[in-house]
Design a protein around this ligand. Sequence first.
Ligand SMILES: Nc1ncnc2c1ncn2[C@@H]1O[C@H](COP(=O)(O)OP(=O)(O)OP(=O)(O)O)[C@@H](O)[C@H]1O
Length: 462
Amino acid sequence: MNILIVDDQRSARRILASILSTQEGLVLHEASSLEEARRVLTTTAIDIGLIDVRLDADARNRDGLVLVAEIREKFTALPVVVTASSEMEEIRAAMRAGAYDYILKDELCEELVLPIIQGLGSRRRLEHEVLRLRARLTPETGIQGLVGTSEVIGRLRTAIQRVVLSDRPVLVTGPTGAGKEVVVRAIHALGPNSADPLLDLNCGAIPELLMESQLFGHERGAFTGADRRQDGYLTAVRRGTLFLDELAELPLSLQAKLLRVLETGRFRRVGATAEEHFQGRVVAATHAKLEERVRQGRFREDLYHRLNVLNVRVPSLDERTQDIPALMAHFCRQQPRPLRFSQEAVEALSRRSWPGNVRQLRNFIDRLAVFCDEDPIGAETVAAYLEPSQGPVPAEDGLMAMARAILQLPVANKLEAIESTLLNEAMALAGGNKSGAARLLGIGRKAVERRLERKDEPPEVE
Ligand SMILES: Nc1ncnc2c1ncn2[C@@H]1O[C@H](COP(=O)(O)OP(=O)(O)OP(=O)(O)O)[C@@H](O)[C@H]1O
């Protein structure tokens, strides 16, 4: 277990360290200020934090309490406050901020400190044991579903296990096709509420009004076509996971509403006056650089900070080429017929760059399974099949994902929903200029105008 002792006085840190050094299996870390403690917490998986309330000579300093609150918000360590028995008010404040226990400085001795550490140690061990058992119960969707043995994928698994211990929002980032969705599924499967739903909302695939209704639900008569009351994902998810995919595309108006849900845990369905409680966990994913979107005013900074509490970065395939043979074997097993590659072919595929990441590798193997009869498939054949797919990710993937998302919508006319989304996007890209939008869409300006007039009516809901 990693223990972090935070105290501005070296002598105080020494006393605690000497008490703890009698115990086996403890790795001790020290920090003398709030900043130093933050640095250690972000680089090391600390299990227990022993934190002095005052972290500099100023008697009014209460940085230790700030740290306790931060740990509960952003890290998975168990904080314990260390203070004098005369500071009852500070002890109360620390417990309110989320400290698990307190240690009195005037009674620092093995008999009082060690039972607290041992108690928290058992708690941590139990948490890990539960995680391990859950991982065994969900081999496909859990952490084992993440194929690979490289060091980076090992770090990714550790990050997943850490965020599962908390119930705060998670932001999963990484390039397209790298496995963000696989990671989100693992977080859900390993979490305490995996029996409740994992609901996936693609923030880039559907028109704004529909998205609002899908997320928040609506009252009967809230808009044209809303002929009955409908639960949104925020209700239907219960204590499960609300997966916001392509988060960067969430319209600004919905960003404000989502922020309110995250801050207060409350929301209103479209057309309702009464508020409801959101009980689930938000896990969002994006391949876009959100900081850049914030700078451009396209993504709310406050929402970004709310969601970026726990960040899991999924590495690109080029950062973990050692995993390519294992991934190839995994995708070969999924084919309807046996598929094998020669050693040279595996090596050639492991050497090349995969800008479309794991998805591009999977698509490549799927293609060979359909078109190639060679057994085992050799390096020359692989090279021949690679030619046309050099370069960026095939666009069909994005189109297929969008088509699938739209087909599941409660919209009567799905083709119209697609058209309207495309039209909106073209208008936005062209800065509201109809001729520009017409050029992007490959149709005439008149056709754009006609469609814009038609689209004033909100889409019909099934
Ligand atoms: N580590 C992995 N092990 C097994 N399969 C993986 C792994 N990573 C990705 N995949 C597979 O690769 C494909 C793409 O992964 P996924 O959809 O999770 O990517 P993504 O990062 O969410 O992409 P996007 O940003 O485009 O949504 C899926 O078929 C997924 O099952």
